[in-house]
Design a protein around this ligand. Structure first.
Ligand code: GDP
Length: 498
């Protein structure tokens, strides 16, 4: 750099062994490589034919018809015509369900076995499940003195659903989850990155069905969603199912569709002179049309991986038959380290940047001045504390307000109670007074009655007494006639005696 001086050495020092030290260290440590296999959905069937009143049509199924069962054929639209009119137009919709026998695969397991020259154990995947799942298996491989921890992740059930809209989501989430795990490890105080099992996906093999038609929209959508997260290498699987001329056209079609939809697939790097030429040539061969087979057949006097058919043999490692060798060369022998590096420096870096920005971290302040992590942390902390204080204050205010409201409510209730009590008290007093008045008048009546009664009793007793002497007198008087009535006088107790 600037300010550095070049000084010649006068003898061997030894730092030229640094690359060897690096190699030794890496070899001792071992390597890891993670491949994601996305097996593209199969082709929907097309219905065509001359639809005359006798209605005959041809159902053109995907290349391996026994992978599917026809669930339902329904009329999407039709046009009624009368005799002598142009032919009847009928549009049919055909719902296919994977047959559920687990054979819908595009040869992913076979290809992996062929690529790494081994037999990876694994349960055959079911293709009739409701959602997309990612299944990952890790294997320890050794070649000469190099150890490789290989993880193969497969998308189980991708594209097997009738509604495929969200099929890509679990794949994106899986890739992000691996980045997130790495980021969390990086952000730890005590990091153990040298020992960390890195599960970030280094290469995504996108399996395209050998249909010869165009890419399905789901393929394009999925690849578009993945291209900023992973190195995509598209491959045409089971390419022995398609003729050579069809394959050439199919490759051109796929490439132009990828370009017109802005899908960025992984480009083998051409900046390193030693591989620039081969990588440049190989970029032009994408997508690779591959064939897989673990079966070895004797061809000439050599044992070779091949698929045998009644009409002949397809050799997996024959470049005239398929691009398998190209794929192995590019994926493993030439660019494995570049794929690992791109994953770390491009895809992970992008994830990390977005994630940290989302969390509020920045490298510069609004005036474009450098802003350290600590400053960001302190600014965030202050912002957080400020917000917390504001929230606390708001809660306190709310509490005071609520207490005031409650108090007012209680006071109101108390006032009402008092008023009610006063009303009742007055009512009670009035009632009492009325009763007392009534009692008084009754008492008066009783007294008057008693007086009358005593008077009456008195009179009666007087009368009785008077009655007794009167009778005597009258008896005497009767002897001599009354001075008024003579002998006709009968006397009267109430009257003055005559
Ligand atoms: P997976 O479900 O995607 O893992 O597929 P498999 O590897 O289990 O293969 C499914 C079927 O396809 C098996 O019968 C394989 O023998 C067959 N198969 C695998 N690769 C090829 C290929 O390149 N061409 C053809 N024609 N068949 C293949």
């Amino acid at each position: 750099g600037e300010g550095c001086r070049t000084v010649p050495l006068s003898g061997h020092v030894g730092f030229d062994s640094l690359p060897d030290q690096l190699v030794n260290k890496s070899v001792n440590h071992g390597f890891c490589f993670n491949i994601l296999c996305v097996v593209a959905p199969k082709l929907d069937p097309t219905v065509s034919g001359l639809l005359l009143p006798s209605i005959q049509f041809v159902l053109e199924l995907p290349p391996q018809p026994d992978y599917f069962t026809v669930q339902q054929v329904s009329v999407r639209s039709h046009q009624v015509v009368h005799l002598g009119q142009p032919p009847l137009q009928l549009e049919l919709s055909v719902d296919l369900l994977p047959s559920g026998k687990g054979e819908t695969g595009l040869g992913k397991s076979t290809l992996m076995d062929t690529l790494f020259n081994t037999k990876f154990e694994g349960d055959p995947a079911s293709h009739s499940q409701p959602g997309v799942q990612l299944k990952s298996s890790t294997y320890d491989l050794q070649e000469s003195n190099v150890n490789l921890k290989l993880t193969i992740v497969s998308t189980v059930g991708f594209g097997d659903q009738i509604n495929k809209e969200d099929s890509y989501k679990p794949i994106v989430e899986f890739i992000d989850a691996q980045f997130e795990a790495y980021l969390q490890e990086e952000l730890k105080i005590k990091r153990v990155l040298h020992n960390y099992h890195d599960t970030r996906i280094h290469a995504c093999l996108y399996f395209i069905a050998p249909t010869g038609h165009s890419l399905k929209s789901l393929d394009l959508v999925t690849m578009k969603k993945l291209d900023s997260k992973v190195n995509i290498i598209p491959i045409i699987a089971k390419s022995d199912a398609i003729s050579k001329s069809e394959l050439t056209k199919f490759k051109i079609k796929i490439t132009s569709e990828l370009v017109s939809n802005g899908v960025q697939i992984y480009q083998f790097p051409t900046d390193d002179e030693s591989v620039a030429e081969i990588n440049g040539t190989m970029n032009a061969h994408l997508p690779f049309a591959v064939i897989g087979s673990t079966e070895e057949l004797k061809i000439g006097n050599k044992m070779m991986k091949a698929r045998q058919y009644p009409w002949g043999t397809v050799q997996v490692e024959n470049e005239a038959h398929c691009d398998f060798v190209k794929l192995r060369e590019m994926l493993i022998r030439v660019n494995m380290e570049d794929l690992r590096e791109q994953t770390h420096t491009r895809h992970y870096e992008l994830y990390r940047r977005c994630k940290l920005e989302e969390m509020g971290f920045k490298d510069t302040d609004p005036d474009s001045k450098p802003f350290s992590l600590q400053e960001t942390y302190e600014a965030k902390r202050n912002e957080f504390l400020g917000e917390l204080q504001k929230k606390e204050e708001a809660m306190r205010q709310m509490f005071v307000q609520r207490v005031k409201e409650k108090e007012a409510e209680l006071k109101e209730a108390e006032k009402e109670l008092h008023e009610k009590f006063d009303r009742l008290k007055k009512l009670h007093q009035d009632e009492k007074k009325k009763l007392e008045d009534k009692k008084k008048s009754l008492d008066d009546e009783v007294n008057a009655f008693k007086q009358r009664k005593t008077a009456a009793e008195l009179l009666q007793s007087q009368a009785q007494q008077a009655g007794g002497s009167q009778t005597l007198k009258r008896d005497k008087e009767r002897k001599k006639p009354c001075r008024f009535y003579g002998n006709n006088c009968y006397g009267d107790v109430m009257m003055e005696p005559c």
